[in-house]
Write a protein that binds this ligand. Sequence first.
Ligand code: BGC
Length: 369
Amino acid sequence: MKKLLALLMILVMAMSVFAGCSNNNEESSGSNSGTVDIGIVLPTKEEPRWVQDETRFKDALKDTDYNVEILFSQGDSAREKQNVETLIAKGIKVLIITPHDGAAAAAAVEAAKEEGITVISYDRLVTNTDAVDYYVTFNSVSVGEAQAQYLVDQLGSGSGEKLYLYAGAATDNNAFLFFEGAWNVLQPKIADGSFVVQNSTKAVEYKDKAVLTRTEMGEIIEQITTDWKPEVAKSKAESHITAAPPAGKTFILAPNDGTARSIYDQFAKEAGLEIFVTGQDAEIPSIQYVIDGKQSMTVLKDVRDLVKGAIATAVDVLEGKAVETNGSYDNGAVEVKAKDIKVITVTQDNVKEKIIDSGYYEAGDFTGL
Ligand code: BGC
C-alpha cells in the first residue's frame, strides 16, 4: 500500500511538472528562487525574427543570477495582456515587451506600471501611454533608409523604372518609421520620374512632398500593407502583377524578410524580369535567398546587441543604477528615453563577412556560400 501511495505521489508530481512545461510558449531561465525578476513578452513564434530573439535572450541569460521568463503572444493582444498579468502575478520587477499592436498594448503596460514595474519597450514602441519607461530599439528610420538606398544605388541613371512599394502592419509603429526612412531616400527619385510607383495611388499623389505627415503615411501604408504576413504579401503581389505588370528591371521595397521572400516568389514567376527586392532581419531563409541571388539585400539588425541593451537596461533598473540612453522617441503621449542601435546592409557581396565571419550564423546553415 505504502509503495502504491509513493508511486501515486511520484505520478502526481511528474504530471504537475509536465503541466508546467506543456505550454510551449513559456521559457524560463536563471536561478530557481520561485519568483520571476524579469518578464519578457514577445509578439509571435510564427516569424523566425522573434524566435531568433528568444534564442539570443536565452544565450545571453545563461549565466544570469536573475530569474527570467519569456512568453509569446501569438499575434493576439488579449493573450499579450494575459501574459503580462501572469508575469505580474509572478512578481516581476521589470517587463520587457514587444507589443503585437502598439496602441492595444497600452492597457497591459499600464497594469504593470500600477504595480511599480519598470516597462521597457523592446524593438516596437508601445504607443499612447505614459507607462513606458525605456525603449531599446534598432534605428528603424535608418532601416527604411538602407532599403531605399539599396534600390537607388541599383537605379543608376535609369528613368521611368517600375517601383512597387510594400509596408508592415499599421498597428506597428515601426511600419511608419521604416516607411518614413524609405520615403526620405525614394521620394526625390519618384518626384523626378526615375521611379514610377506602380501600386499606390496615394504615393503617386504625394510624390512631391519630401516630408509626409503621419496621416499621409498612414494613407499610403493602408494601400500597401502586408500586415507583416507573408500570405497577405503574396496575394497583394499577385494582384499588383495583374493590375500593373512588371517588365525588365523591377524595383520592390519589401519591408521585411518574410514578406520579401513571398513577394519575390510571386514576381519571379514572371519571365524576363531583373528583380531588386529589399528586406530586413537577416532571417536564415532570407540569407539563403541573398546567397542564391533571389532577395537582393537584407538589413542585419544584430539581435545580440538588442538583447544586450535590453538586459543591461533591466539589470541597471534592478540594481538601482542610472540607465544610459542615447535618444528618445515620441510615443504619442510622452518622449520615451531610448537606446538606439545601428543596423548593417547585407548583400551577396558582403554576406559572408557580415553574417558568417562575424559569427552571427554558422556557415553550415547555408549552401552555396
Ligand atoms: C520588427 C521587424 C519585424 C516586423 C515583423 C517589426 O516591428 O522591427 O524586425 O520583421 O516587426 O515582425
